[in-house]
Design a binder for this molecule. Structure first.
Ligand SMILES: [Zn+2]
Length: 74
C-alpha cells in the first residue's frame, strides 16, 4: 500500500497518509485540523532522489511522476 504525502495549507504542514486503493482521496483529511482541502505532494518524493532507483524497479509505478498508483495516462 502506498504512503502518500499531503500538504495542509491550514497548518502549513506536510503529513503522510497510507492510502488504500479503494479509499477515496476526498476522504483524506489533515490529522491536525481535520481539513480536507489538502493537496497531494508528488514533487517532494521525486526531488529527494533517494528512492529513484527503487521506484524505477516497481513496474506498476509511473516512471514520470512516481505515482505508485500507476502510469499517467497523458
Ligand atoms: Zn491541518
Amino acid at each position: 500500500m502506498p504512503i502518500l504525502e499531503f500538504y495542509c495549507p491550514n497548518c502549513d504542514e506536510v503529513f503522510e497518509e497510507l492510502v488504500r486503493s479503494s479509499q477515496k482521496k476526498s476522504s483524506i483529511a489533515c490529522p491536525t485540523c481535520k481539513n480536507k482541502q489538502v493537496s497531494r505532494q508528488v514533487s517532494v518524493f521525486s526531488a529527494r532522489g533517494a528512492s529513484a532507483e527503487k521506484a524505477a524497479s516497481v513496474p506498476s509505478a509511473c516512471g514520470r511522476c512516481g505515482d505508485p498508483n500507476g502510469p499517467c495516462a497523458s
